[in-house]
Design a protein around this ligand. Structure first.
Ligand SMILES: Nc1ncnc2c1ncn2[C@@H]1O[C@H](COP(=O)(O)OP(=O)(O)O)[C@@H](O)[C@H]1O
Ligand SMILES: [Mg+2]
Length: 345
């Protein structure tokens, strides 16, 4: 449906925000665009909808040239922009219905679909509240609803889950899936790798304006398939322990949190070592789990992703002490001595 070829964009001042990008998004597909802040994600989607003009390259939707015809782009694409949409003076209900009407929906259809999406996102209680009194998370959900109420062929979502609570994030992801299931192509921009792993069919990782890798989450994880991640929470005031020789590397470190990459074949050694560290009072908690897309991401684009606040993923990183269960890594394989004994039994 969407074909991007050789897309290149340099801003005045010389920043090359997009550098020869090629990608394709199919109907019914949720396509993720991942990358650090400043990687060029918003620049890319802004060009799709004609808010920025490329230096060169082509953007085609069903064979139609969007660069030459930005009016067409805006008719066929719905976008949830990264910046909060100002709806001052309106209520969510008015704003969402109005967008539905602007997108060509009949009044009764816009009204019905507005009510349905509000219920699906669990924001009914705020639908008639003045926009000035809404929280950031609710505003973000309203902005999503405005893009989804009468969706275009291509729905573009730029960081749709920022500020949204964990429970409503799940509702939002279900709605993203529903858009694709109804036939739309969805181009989803995020820096939340953990969420992307669960929600996208395919993805591209962008780094400094270039696509560094492209594929399904499983394909991208193939590079770390033989790795486990050992998440360590150090006791307050304790220094990082000396790592045994079999530890591949310290993937990330932040204050009292560490993520260590371990070969899968050393799972038993890793668990025993971590338990010993716990018994010695160096480690407060730990988790041992298969490597995630986040680990693949860090291995690919590197950089200061930190295991506590995520860095690359907006506070949704994995770890044994992460309070936000929605964003914790896959359940750690081993969390306590009892657990280990259970397994041995
Ligand atoms: N209007 C602009 N003028 C100049 N530079 C910009 C502009 N918008 C973005 N940039 C720069 O382009 C790069 C990519 O930005 P952006 O597309 O917003 O990245 P992302 O959405 O991945 O965080 C960054 O270095 C950013 O500072
Ligand atoms: Mg952005």
């Amino acid at each position: 449906m969407l074909t991007i070829e050789g897309l290149t964009k340099t801003y005045r001042g010389g920043v090359r925000a997009n550098d020869d990008i090629h990608l394709r998004v199919g109907a019914g597909e949720v396509y993720g665009l991942l990358g650090h802040n400043g990687a060029g994600k918003t620049t890319l989607v802004n060009q799709v909808v004609g808010l920025a003009a490329p230096d060169r390259g082509r953007i085609l939707l069903d064979g139609h040239d969007l660069v030459a015809d930005p009016g067409f782009a805006r008719r066929v694409c719905s976008i949830q922009p990264q910046a909060q949409v100002p709806i001052t003076g309106l209520t969510p209900r008015r704003a969402i219905e109005l967008t539905g009407r602007l997108r060509g929906g009949r009044a009764d259809v816009a009204r019905r679909r507005t009510a349905a999406v509000a219920t699906a996102l669990d924001i009914d209680e705020w639908m008639d509240t003045d926009a000035a009194r809404l929280s950031g998370g609710v505003k973000r959900l309203v902005s999503f609803a405005m893009a989804a109420v009468i969706p275009g062929r291509l729905v573009i979502l730029d960081e749709p889950t920022n500020d949204v609570d964990p429970v409503r994030r799940r509702l939002l992801w279900a709605q993203v899936r529903a858009l694709a299931d109804e036939g739309a192509g969805v181009l989803l921009v995020t820096h939340n790798v953990v969420e992307a792993e669960r929600s996208v069919d395919r993805l591209a990782i962008l780094d400094r304006g270039r696509v560094v890798v492209e594929g399904t989450p499983a394909e991208l994880k193939a590079g770390v398939a033989d790795d486990l991640r050992l998440d360590l929470v150090l006791e307050p005031g304790r220094h990082a322990p000396d790592l045994p020789g079999w530890a591949v590397r310290v993937a990330r470190e932040n204050g009292h949190r560490m993520v260590v990459t371990v070969p899968a074949a050393r799972a038993g050694d890793a668990a025993a070592w971590a338990l010993a560290q716990q018994d010695a009072g160096c480690v407060e908690a730990f988790g041992l789990a298969p490597a995630t897309l986040e680990d693949a991401y860090v291995a690919l684009v590197g950089g200061g992703a930190d295991p506590g606040a995520g860095g690359a993923d907006d506070g949704a990183s994995a770890g044994p002490a992460t309070p936000d269960a929605d964003h914790a890594a896959p359940t750690p394989a081993v969390t306590s001595k009892e657990d280990l004994d259970d397994r041995a039994a």
